[in-house]
Write a protein that binds this ligand. Structure first.
Ligand code: ATP
Length: 431
């Protein structure tokens, strides 16, 4: 069961152990902007590789791209973001804080007042300017969703690769939304990352591929998190679907504040390519090389939040364990593929040269194949506690016995069991 304080504890852990920092903290911070620390950046990179491997590397019918954050401003007209990408905002008449109507239950969450202004709509896109000469600058936007690049590059990918419909284009990248109520650490931020797959299919095959990706994406999240009971599908009610969608599902995660979106699986039909054809005047129809049939490919989209998944992962992994006799530990039982370091290398003592040298050798051998970390500071118990808190699966101690028989102590994060392993077998043990 989730502890009510899990979010607070995870926030504290993130700062204490260099996972996530408030951006510009020395200036008092900026709501909705975060930096990843030395441990967090390793985990975040591992998480992105984990997705890329699953979506791109292991499939013959998906290729990747990496697009820009600023695109032609017409993209956002075509996508509807300039007209419709908004939230409703109400303002508390007493403390003047602004909220989304769905985030208030009668009373102002900040001051308890019950009077608000009428809801006004508010566009989430961040504006910027391109060009240097005053008067001839063009208004542009930081992308409000990363996936638009995929539609823009669709024709280039078809023309430059061996892919044929059905195939997918994948991308991981930043998105920016001037959210009214950023909060819950990185759950709702103003700068965040998304992973998107747009899978292009023949219109007659939509049903089949929609089901396929729905299953694949749930399998993916089940492979990532420990607590599968915290995952579910939420089907959007038919009356709330946009006109081009026959179906839509969210994969939701049970956060300490309730079920919340993790990823959307969307039936986009031919809407995106048709819109971009209309606004750009460029033909984006596809000609089947075998049948010569011309059609606008339909799209199954899977669009999830990388940084949001990362937060859910921390919540999923966080444990406080009672070890008896007044002892306890905090441990991050995070997926071993995502852990910042696969192993920590400890020289038992820092003042015995042979031990330190031997530990360096172990570090050098292992760091060829894995990300490992060195810790020669303080007593072993404290080093274990530190590595537990950042989720390092194995702690390897080089001691006096190592000098005699080339074995080391390997301690497992989850079971806390210790084993003697030969140095030459470590590689295999860890993988
Ligand atoms: P929500 O309803 O939570 O605002 P959304 O429906 O607007 O999300 P999409 O536009 O479908 O989200 O974006 C795809 C994914 O991007 C979401 O499932 C979520 O994981 C992530 N995401 C969206 N907005 C944010 C944000 N402000 N901060 C972090 N992640 C976000």
């Amino acid at each position: 069961m989730e502890n009510k304080n899990t979010l607070e504890n995870v926030v504290a852990l993130c700062k204490r152990r260099g996972i996530i920092f408030q951006n510009s903290e020395i200036y008092g911070g900026m709501g909705g902007f975060f930096d990843y620390g030395p441990v967090g950046v390793e985990m975040l990179n591992n998480l992105k590789r984990y997705w890329w491997k699953d979506i791109v590397d292991k499939r013959e019918n998906v290729v990747g791209i990496d697009g820009t954050i600023i695109t032609h401003p017409k993209v956002w007209e075509a996508s509807g973001h300039i007209e419709n990408f908004g939230d409703e905002v109400v303002e508390c008449k007493k403390c003047h804080q602004r909220f989304r109507p769905e985030d208030i239950e009668e009373k102002c969450p900040s001051c308890g007042n019950t009077e608000f202004t009428e809801p006004r709509s508010y566009n989430l896109l961040f504006k910027t300017e391109v060009g240097v000469i005053e008067g001839s600058k063009t208004t542009a936007y930081l992308r409000g969703e990363a996936c638009q690049n995929i539609y823009l590059d669709f024709k280039n990918v078809v023309d430059s690769t061996r892919q044929q419909v059905p195939f997918g284009i994948a991308q991981i990248g930043k998105a920016f939304r001037n959210e009214v109520t950023p909060g819950k650490l990185t759950f709702r931020s103003r700068e965040f990352e998304q992973w998107d797959l747009q899978f292009f299919v023949h219109p007659n095959d939509m049903e089949k591929w929609f089901e396929y990706w729905k299953d694949e994406r749930m399998k993916f999240y089940k492979g990532l998190y420990r607590k599968h009971e915290n995952l579910r599908f939420y089907q959007h009610p038919k009356e709330k679907l946009v006109f081009y969608a026959k179906d839509a599902f969210d994969i939701e995660y049970l956060a300490p504040w309730g079920w919340a979106e993790n990823e959307g699986i969307h039936w986009r039909g031919d809407y995106d390519l048709t819109q971009h054809m209309k606004f750009s005047g460029t033909d984006l129809t596809y000609t089947d090389p075998i049948t010569n049939e011309k059609f606008v490919p339909n799209i199954v989209e899977t669009s999830g939040g990388v940084t949001r998944t990362f937060l859910y992962l921390l919540l999923d992994a966080y444990e406080e364990e009672d070890l008896g006799e007044g002892n306890s530990r905090t441990v991050l039982k995070i997926n071993k593929d995502i852990a910042a370091y696969k192993a920590a290398i400890f020289p038992l003592v820092g003042n015995k040269e042979e031990i330190v040298t031997k530990a360096r050798e172990v570090f050098d051998i292992l760091s060829d194949g894995f990300k490992v970390v060195w810790d020669g500071r303080g007593n072993i118990g404290k080093r274990y506690r530190y590595q537990d808190e950042i989720g390092t699966p194995y702690c390897i101690t080089v001691d006096y016995e190592t000098l005699e028989n080339n074995t080391v102590t390997v301690r497992d994060r989850d079971s806390m069991k210790q084993e003697r392993i030969k140095i030459e077998d470590l590689d295999e043990y860890i993988s």
